[in-house]
Design a protein around this ligand. Sequence first.
Ligand code: KG4
Ligand code: ZN
Length: 360
Amino acid sequence: MSHKEHQRHKESELESPSARVLLAIESSCDETAAAVLDENLAIRSNVVASQTDIHRRFGGVVPEMASRAHVRQILPVVDEALTRANAKLDDLCAIAVVTQPGLVGSLLVGLTAAKSLALALEKPLVAVNHIEAHIYACRMHAGYDIFPAVGLVVSGGHTNLYDCASATGFELLGSTIDDAAGEAFDKVAAILGLAYPGGPAIEQAAKSGSPTTFRFPRTFLKEPDRLEFSFSGLKTSVLYQVAGVPPREYDPAGLPRSYVANVAASFQEAVVDVLVAKCLDALHRCGRKTLCVGGGVAANARLREKLDAAAQHEGFTLVISPLALCTDNAAMSAIAWELLAAGRTADLALDVSAGLVRRR
Ligand code: KG4
Ligand code: ZN
């Protein structure tokens, strides 16, 4: 199918009001989210209640506060998602919920709501893996089946590379052995006195800086860990550059703007170089011709630009999650339709997991 045919196909699918719908719930970190999604992957509603304002003054997510905010938000958010979709509880044919990975206290709030609905409505419950959902956002955006593909998820909590044989067959190739890429952005932003969350702030500051002023390290691990990531050395290197060795007390607010811009641009370039190189390595090793990239850091314009250049140069298809689906949301849990079709429903004994549980 050509791209135009895909689009036509996608649009005709979107025009089917009788399509079945499910409710998806997401509460893995600091966003309380719910979406109503139809079987053709059209997003009928997508509601996200962010807690950024609660956590900003702590420079990161405080788990206990996140759980409490989820408890306050979950029912209004679900109601809002149903209202915006013009759907009633009886219209739902399944309840999907993110159960891993994430903050246990946060995940439990979403799971409890989802179990209650599934039990009361007598509808199937589907467990969604948050990281796989980030990759599925690319599939939704493409409008056609993009698998097999290599998938990269770069977020505040994860930096994971997958070989995705199909929408329900993701094999983890590598992940970070210390900080996630987004976490490095957040920590370096704090070193530079920039606002939380750090990714957008670094990207903004980097616009007026030079990526070559400082040569920060690119960590490429040796075999057999070649597809793993490590960003903590880079973060320390930025700290040494700014605060000296050993680091001395300094006032981040007093750093000259042009200096901050150059450090931000040089740091961003180092992260992007590593991400792009490892994606190319994974594509080559797995013999795949499509790369999909999702997660909060996939919103980064420099990363998008360098991935685009690599795709042109190396001749692979690049599918990046649309900006609206990069950061956490429940719409990307439309992967639940694939799980439902594969008969992968869960029972009420379903539990959450802080880490990644491998399916195979
Ligand atoms: O996927 P996400 O919303 O939440 C997690 O599952 O972690 O990702 C949030 C992360 C934060 O670390 C944030 O700083 C980073 O994504 N981020 C960015 C950008 N926008 C968000 N990093 C780099 N450039 C951006 N434009
Ligand atoms: Zn995420």
